[in-house]
Design a protein around this ligand. Structure first.
Ligand code: ARG
Length: 528
């Protein structure tokens, strides 16, 4: 190995980037990056608005299908996780220059609407004719009651089916009632999106209704469709029932109705043919992995996915309570997102108030309210994004709001501290001079410099693997490396030209934190 190592070194020209490579041990080659090279790269990063992160060479049209709650039901923590992950993924892709369509595939169609409309007509008719007659919470309760009656009462079941047929036939009264219900839910969802500062274009399941018959026709034409017990199915490869028989994907039910999967097939076609998507990303809990694998398989067999199109399901794990079980309220009810977010904000406000009191710091109520709102929501986002999305994670207010560790408050404070230097020294980071020298004589300066220069690589990785936790980890390590540098070396008290050089490192750290957090959907505060 040493001979081979020597051969490699003899044939390598890295003089611009590295000191002469050293052969060590049984045959390792050690490379030491030249400080002058790091300095040149940092200069380039400084003068570049994108901090050296290149735009994608091949700009793509990308569909990100995320959030996607269901009408007349509460948006739950799974939808929250999809919303947070989806927004981050869309931001990263947008930053790389892709043309991103952020689609909210809300569950706004299906047999449940027949049941709900019928129940409301009998028990709560004003809900079907008057906007805002009930709020979403009540609607959810009524939905549960309707479901109960549906399960117990065969006459009600029959009537509900008639109701679905009316709705599908676009009976004006049914459509009006359905629209009212949708608007009600939509408004409530929007409150959450506004608070989280997440942009989405709603294109629910109902949008694809006109395209469902063609899905069936084309599958029939390609010879994939098989009738089984009166239903139109495609038999799947690699999916079997308990007896080992191939599992069918039901495309059209015996009564002529369509399924969730049929809508997804129509959506794939529409997104490829009409939206011209080259990458389609669907973000849901891992429980839907089979559903997507099945739908993608059928679409592939039917030849609907050209080679140039990449289609992926981006799964994520469960959000658990501190007891390690699916998160619930104390009375075992599903947690309301609004309450969950409010709690994070309240707790941060309390922490902040006691810190202010301890430091004898006076702040206005607006300042406190604003900081609490921003940090509380950011803490929830960051807790979600910093976990590998494939694993379940425990939703812990104490952990996510902690000022120590890989949390939003820690990262946001790191930013405030770096920026604080410019305030303290009366320094305008933007006027450090384009030609100021960057000197990297100290080990900790070089370590920080090398980390700063990895931003481009990390963002490219997130774009490819769709794992936002890599970006969180990068930013966390950046603040740690910055802290080590700052603890050991003085900045404001250093002699010139070292002082300016170190200020440049501080400025680049702040800018990198700001950009990185922005890609996570987290704003920075100048003071906290
Ligand atoms: N509405 C679904 C749910 O709440 C999620 C939809 C995800 N997107 C899709 N194209 N199927 O589980």
């Amino acid at each position: 190995p040493r001979v081979i190592a020597q051969l490699i070194v003899d044939n390598l020209d890295v003089t611009e980037v590295c000191e002469p490579p050293q052969i060590a041990g049984p045959g390792f080659i050690n490379f030491t990056v030249k400080p002058s090279y790091l300095a040149t790269q940092l200069q380039a990063m400084r003068t570049n608005e994108r901090l050296g992160v290149a735009g994608a060479e091949q700009k793509q049209r990308v569909v990100v299908d995320f959030s996607s709650p269901n009408i007349a039901k509460e948006m739950h923590v799974g939808h929250l996780r999809s919303t947070i992950l989806g927004d981050c993924i869309a931001r990263v892709l947008e930053f790389r220059g892709h043309d991103v369509l952020r689609l909210n595939h809300v569950g706004d169609w299906g047999t449940q609407f027949g049941m709900l409309i019928l129940y409301l007509r009998e028990n709560y008719p004003q809900a079907l004719t008057t906007p805002d007659a009930i709020d979403l919470g009540d609607l959810v309760v009524l939905y549960k009651k309707a479901k109960k009656q549906f399960d117990e009462d065969t006459e009600f079941q029959e009537a509900a089916r008639t109701e679905v047929v009316k709705l599908q036939a676009k009976d004006p009264e049914s459509i009006k009632a359905w629209q009212l219900l949708c608007n009600q839910s939509r408004r409530e969802f929007q409150v959450i999106y506004d608070r989280l500062n997440v942009r989405l274009t709603e294109r629910g399941e109902s949008f694809y209704n006109p395209y469902l018959p063609a899905v069936v026709d084309d599958l029939r034409e390609s010879g994939l469709l098989v009738e089984s017990n009166g239903a139109q199915c495609v038999f799947l490869d690699g999916f079997t029932n308990r007896d080992g028989d191939p599992l069918p994907l039901i495309i059209q039910k015996t009564d002529g109705g369509y399924n969730y999967a049929t809508t997804d097939l129509a959506a794939i076609r529409y997104r490829i043919q009409t939206d011209r998507a080259e990458r389609i990303i669907c973000i849901t809990d891992a429980g839907q992995a089979d559903h997507f694998a099945q739908v993608f398989q059928v679409a592939r067999q039917a030849g609907w996915i050209p080679d140039r199109v990449e289609i992926v399901h981006v799964p994520f794990g469960l959000v658990l309570g501190e007891d390690g079980k699916k998160i619930k309220t104390r009375d075992g009810e599903a947690i309301k997102l609004k309450e969950l977010l409010d709690e994070a904000i309240d707790r941060f406000r309390n922490d902040l108030e006691s810190r202010l009191a301890a430091d004898h710091r006076q702040e206005t109520p607006e300042f406190i309210a604003n900081s609490a709102e921003i940090v509380g929501l950011s803490a929830v986002k960051y807790a979600d994004l910093s976990q590998n999305r494939l694993s379940n994670y425990v939703f812990s207010y104490d952990k996510m709001l902690s000022l120590q560790g890989n949390t939003a408050p820690y990262m946001m404070y790191a930013y405030v501290r770096v920026r604080g230097i410019s305030r303290k020294g009366g320094i305008d980071f933007d006027r450090l001079g384009d030609n100021a020298q960057i000197l990297l004589d100290e080990e900790l300066e070089r370590t920080l410099a090398k980390h700063l220069l990895q931003l481009d690589t990390i963002i490219t990785e997130v774009e490819r693997d769709l794992l936002p936790n890599r970006l969180c980890q990068y930013l966390f390590e950046l603040s740690q490396k910055y802290n080590q540098f700052y603890d050991k070396h003085s900045v404001l008290d250093a002699e010139e030209p070292i002082r300016t050089s170190r200020l440049i490192l501080c400025d680049l750290t702040a800018k990198t934190l700001q950009l990185g957090l922005d890609l996570l959907g987290i704003p920075v505060l100048e003071r906290m």
